[in-house]
Design a protein around this ligand. Structure first.
Ligand code: FAD
Length: 368
């Protein structure tokens, strides 16, 4: 009899397995239907020896010191500050938009003060009802068209006018030369990769791991006391209220006989081409080798569930499942698929640590 059955060996499931096994001496079985651990953060060496991210570039960044220290028990970090370029009008320009972006794009020499005036003249005041309003309200129509409109349409299959304001509100405009994509205090990449870090988390004698095993195959075969589920919540309830929509990606990997292909880990292609961006992970991992592997990302409607589609009706549908989940005893839903939220890795670890704290306090209450 296992104390816990954990469905999913991604960051949510692995954090909980590690905490429960180490701190509560619980016997834990982790199952994952994929053939590897680490969920979407999975990385591996490709045939030419380049460390690649199978499910899209994963850059670690957080302001949550506890999360950072927790993960640091299982990995050292390669110092890396993420920067993104955007291919606009034949130039690779810093993104999010900053002072250098505008000066390079228009051949100007704006200062921090004059950039403000420049954008004030272009920004169109409007009521914020959607993502288009957010950007046009900040930088005006022309820059919106150049950097956002088509990228957003490709990424979501919807125009920015159809997306909730939060989607584009996450991207700042900077009135200085700060070209960091993230401004968090802690940023970096696990020195030997995410998969290695997560393998270490699961290396506890109380944790048993079964890969290529779907929850549905074993749920009635293996006895357990409590269930932690990190898979899709609608799937758990057999799609009783319908499917929660996701946006997916098709990755096209290409290895090139050259040391480097582009000047940054991520270059966005908002306007030309069907792909949204090209990734070159060597910039982030710091790996040195004579060849490089690049990845073109094509957003698609069908495939692995990656991004919950941020629309009101989807949140309402999720709410119906969440209400069912709340009624369940000894079954806990955590992680990006179970909570139907785009969560960064640090947020997922935070959610898992918080759930662990709740489980532990329940246990203490029961003993009292
Ligand atoms: P997952 O990693 O998805 O793990 C869930 C696991 O459960 C999967 O392995 C799945 O196979 C398994 N599973 C599901 N159902 C079943 C079942 N029925 N039976 C058995 N197993 C099952 N975050 C960042 O912080 N920085 C980034 O740069 C970043 N980039 C991203 C890029 C992309 C393209 C995407 C999609 C996400 C990105 N994220 C990033 C978010 C990051 O991937 C997530 O925060 C994190 O992986 C979520 O962990 P999780 O354990 O909740 O889910």
């Amino acid at each position: 009899m296992f104390d816990y059955l954990i469905v999913g060996a991604g960051l949510a499931g692995s954090t909980l397995a590690e905490r429960l096994a180490s701190e509560k001496n619980a016997k834990v079985l982790v199952v994952d239907r994929r053939s590897h651990v680490a969920g979407n953060a999975y990385d591996c060496y490709d045939d030419s020896g380049v460390l690649v991210h199978r499910y899209g570039a994963h850059l670690f960044h957080t302001n949550d010191r506890e999360v950072y220290l927790y993960l640091s028990q299982f990995t050292d970090w390669h110092h890396y500050i993420h920067r993104v370029l955007s291919w606009v009008d034949g130039q690779q320009l810093p993104f999010p938009i900053n002072l250098d972006t505008l000066n390079q794009l228009y051949g100007l020499s704006l200062t921090e003060e004059t950039m403000k005036l420049f954008l004030d003249e272009r920004a169109e005041a409007q009521e914020i009802k959607n993502s288009e309003n957010v950007i046009v309200g900040q930088v005006g129509k022309e820059l919106y068209e150049k950097f956002f409109a088509n990228y957003t349409r490709k990424q979501w299959g919807l125009s920015a006018a159809e997306l909730e304001p939060e989607v584009c509100a996450r991207i700042p405009v900077r009135f200085n030369r700060d070209s960091r994509y993230f401004t968090d205090v802690y940023q970096g990449m696990p020195k030997q990769g995410y998969s290695r870090m997560i393998e270490r988390m699961l290396q506890h004698p109380n944790i048993k791991l079964m890969l290529q095993t779907d929850f549905t195959e074993i749920r009635h075969l293996i006895p357990y006391k409590q269930l932690i589920y990190t898979g899709p919540i609608d799937e758990y309830f057999n799609y009783a209220y319908g499917r929660l929509p996701y946006r997916s990606l098709r990755f096209e990997f290409e290895t090139l006989a050259q040391e480097s292909f582009q000047p940054a880990c991520v270059v966005n292609y908002p306007n030309e081409f069907d792909f949204t961006r090209i990734l070159e992970m060597k910039h982030a991992t710091g790996q040195k080798c004579e060849v490089t592997t690049i990845v073109r990302e094509y957003p698609v409607a069908e495939g692995e569930p990656y991004y919950p589609v941020p629309a009101k009706k989807n949140r309402e549908l999720y709410q119906r499942y969440a209400e069912e989940a709340a009624k369940m005893d000894k079954v806990y839903f955590v992680g990006r698929l179970a909570q139907y939220r785009y969560l960064n890795m640090d947020q997922v670890v935070r959610e898992a640590l918080d759930l662990f704290a709740r489980l532990r306090s329940q246990d203490i209450t029961r003993r009292i």
